[in-house]
Design a protein around this ligand. Structure first.
Ligand code: ASP
Length: 272
């Protein structure tokens, strides 16, 4: 897979960060199909947890061990054990990648890979510093199922530039796995925000997500999927399927809302 390596996030040229050899093309060469499952996060109600467990257990059903990537968090061991506990019922064992002395081998032999949420800047810095971006991308393109939630969904995109997170560390690059050809804004909501100030409901006047995504589109023209909390996207290398709700942003076009069961292509053209 070739990426534009000279990617400079601060330039003012509107451009597309391309995945030049798409997973769909690779699939035609007889390789295993790409299996990517991305979650927005906000899995905080019992109904959402049930959907999550059912999608994840199906996604991981071919293997017995999941390599968990906890680098978006500061507490690698604690996060890995919490995940094992949370998903314990689905039958897989979770191995924290921080525990491996040969992480590249662990990745290439993984039955499945799960990249957890937290801070996306910290995550992409750790992935670059540990030399894990190419190995994980290659494993997924060769058919290893990938699950990414929230920050783990951000890094599945060509870059992690549509995160909501603060840049608490400086990564060497924003380039990410590019295992899906569009950007994701997780935990998306359409704004406008009201909050409680004591007993009073008060307006919040900061930018909405749609405004931030429009700012992104002044510099880049990769489509952006605003994933509402509790939603999931399955991507097979050429087509996606939405569980839950999402809003698609294409440069120069009005945002479009999509609902449970919608299917879409690499340009986020949905078919309801
Ligand atoms: N902080 C989020 C998470 O991983 C990512 C984001 O909002 O962009 O939960």
């Amino acid at each position: 897979m070739g990426f534009a390596r000279n990617f400079a996030p601060n330039n003012s040229i509107v451009r597309r960060i391309e995945v030049s050899e798409s997973p769909a093309l690779l699939m035609e060469g007889g390789r295993k199909p790409v299996r990517v499952l991305l979650g927005s996060g906000g899995i905080a109600t019992e109904e959402r947890r049930e959907i999550y467990r059912s999608l994840v257990s199906d996604h991981f059903s071919d293997g017995s061990q999941v390599v968990f990537v906890p680098f978006a968090s500061h507490d690698h061991s604690g996060y890995t054990s919490r995940m094992q506990e949370f998903l314990g019922g689905i039958g897989q064992e979770f191995l924290g990648l921080h525990e491996s002395s040969k992480p590249h081998e662990t990745i290439s032999q993984a039955d499945a890979i799960y990249v957890g949420g937290g801070n996306s800047f910290l995550l992409i810095k750790e992935l670059h510093d540990r030399g894990l971006v190419d190995p994980i991308r290659e494993a997924v393109i060769s058919g290893t199922p990938y699950l990414g939630v929230s920050a783990g969904a951000n890094v599945a995109c060509p870059t992690m530039m549509t995160t909501n997170d603060m840049p608490i560390v400086l990564p060497p690059s924003f380039e990410s796995f590019g295992i899906v050809p569009f950007q994701i804004n997780p935990h998306y909501h359409p704004g406008k925000v009201l909050f409680m100030d004591g007993d009073e409901v008060t307006n919040h006047y900061g930018e909405s997500r749609a405004q931030r995504i429009a700012e992104f589109h002044r510099h880049q023209d990769t489509p952006v999927l605003g994933m509402w909390e509790g939603s999931f996207v399955q991507w097979d290398g050429s087509r996606g399927r939405l569980t839950g709700r999402a809003t698609a942003f294409l440069p120069g076009a009005e945002p479009r809302d999509f609902h449970d069961g919608s299917e879409f292509d690499s340009e986020l053209r949905f078919r309801d």
